[in-house]
Ligand binder design. Structure first.
Ligand SMILES: *[C@@H]1O[C@H](CO)[C@@H](O)[C@H](O)[C@H]1NC(C)=O
Ligand SMILES: *[C@@H]1O[C@H](CO)[C@@H](O)[C@H](O)[C@H]1NC(C)=O
Ligand SMILES: *[C@@H]1O[C@H](CO)[C@@H](O)[C@H](O)[C@H]1NC(C)=O
Ligand SMILES: *[C@@H]1O[C@H](CO)[C@@H](O)[C@H](O)[C@H]1NC(C)=O
Length: 319
């Protein structure tokens, strides 16, 4: 009798534990339904200057590290694929990054891929399928041409250096800088924390006189080469589309130029920019059709090559 008498006391206790565990698993399922904590971001490859066997296109490894540092995995997006192939890939990834570089934004494999993926992103976002796109330097320039349908850039003396950002009033309700610590914003506005190395800029005057660009992008910062004031950071009003003429990925990961800033605030800038974009990709729920297809597509299938002693990048993935 005695031995059994404890049973009714024990059962409710076990039930409570079970219930608690079930609730916990509900909770975790609930939170994973709201954000995609395994975001995979496509990074676009581009043509190399002088192709060699198996080295016709490349991605600088710093863009990959940039995204990985904030919790994303990367898929290299090759040039010269068919629309069907890009569409299938688009439906498997959670965001797209157009890196800097040196190819044509009017006629190159990079441009053709960027255009197809941009149009897919616009269509998807219009239907409520949140798909973020980021352009850095050449990628930013490519975005201005895709959005305006024109070449709108001006030649500037901006070949290599670092600058503070001249923030606009739009910064107050920007999505991009919302999570930045106040102190870092102060440093960004006063210290040369943003590396620039480009020839073509979107002059503020061109932006102000271009209806397509003005309707589409909010200007968050500008800079000047002493002659021309140009747009240096944008975010789209109605789409998760972002662009920087400067290089957030370099501060933490590139060492080949003496003007790349590496101070604590400079490296924080790399991280907070990456954190912002990867958190945008967590709002997308595209996925590969199988784990096998996913693992075949990931950048882990390739090895970066050390090129810091002979190029502007420490490490490069060649394809
Ligand atoms: C190029 O890549 C192919 C397949 O990945 C490989 O079999 C071949 O040896 C490579 N060629 C060179 C020159 O590296
Ligand atoms: C891409 O296509 C162009 C034009 O057809 C061709 O010249 C180029 O070699 C191709 N590049 C790669 C990497 O497939
Ligand atoms: C910052 O932007 C303002 C307004 O756009 C402009 O008047 C000013 O000259 C800019 N300053 C610098 C240092 O670029
Ligand atoms: C750069 O470093 C690599 C790896 O150590 C080496 O193979 C290559 O010869 C070096 N190139 C130059 C130009 O120093």
């Amino acid at each position: 009798m005695r031995a059994f008498s404890q049973a009714p006391v024990l059962f409710p206790f076990i039930e409570m534990i079970l219930l608690f565990c079930i609730c916990l698993s509900c909770l975790s399922r609930y939170s994973s339904a709201k954000t995609n904590d395994g975001p995979i971001i496509g990074v676009l490859a581009q043509e190399v200057n002088s192709p060699k066997p198996n080295r016709s296109t490349y991605i600088a490894a710093s863009y990959v590290k940039f995204l990985e540092s904030a919790g994303a995995r990367v898929v290299p997006v090759m040039i010269n694929q068919t629309v069907e192939e890009y569409t299938a890939l688009f439906n498997a990834i959670n965001g797209m990054l157009y890196p800097g570089g040196g190819v044509s934004i009017i006629s190159s494999g990079y441009q053709r891929a960027a255009k197809i993926l941009y149009e897919l992103a616009i269509q998807a976002n219009k239907k409520g399928d949140y798909f973020p796109v980021w352009g850095t330097c050449l990628g930013f320039e490519q975005l201005t041409s895709l959005t305006s349908g024109n070449t709108v850039l001006s030649y500037t003396n901006t070949r290599g250096g670092s600058l503070p950002l001249n923030f606009t009033d739009e910064i107050k309700d920007s999505r991009m800088f919302k999570g930045f610590p106040a102190e870092l914003m102060k440093d960004l506005a006063s210290e040369p924390l943003t590396e620039i190395s480009h020839r073509w800029s979107l002059a503020l005057l061109s932006y102000n006189t271009n209806d397509e660009l003005k309707k589409f992008y909010k200007v968050l910062s500008t800079n000047t080469d002493g002659k021309t004031e140009f747009v240096s950071t944008v975010e789209a009003y109605d789409y998760p589309i972002y662009g920087t003429q400067w290089h957030p990925e370099k501060n933490a990961f590139e060492w080949t130029k003496p003007f790349i800033p590496h101070s604590r605030s400079a490296v924080k800038t790399t991280f907070y920019m990456a954190e912002f974009f990867v958190s945008e990709a967590r709002k997308n729920f595209h996925r590969f059709e199988s784990e096998e297809a996913e693992s075949k597509a990931l950048i882990y299938n390739y090895s970066p090559v050390y090129t810091g002693n002979k190029s502007g990048f420490e490490q490069i993935y060649f394809f």
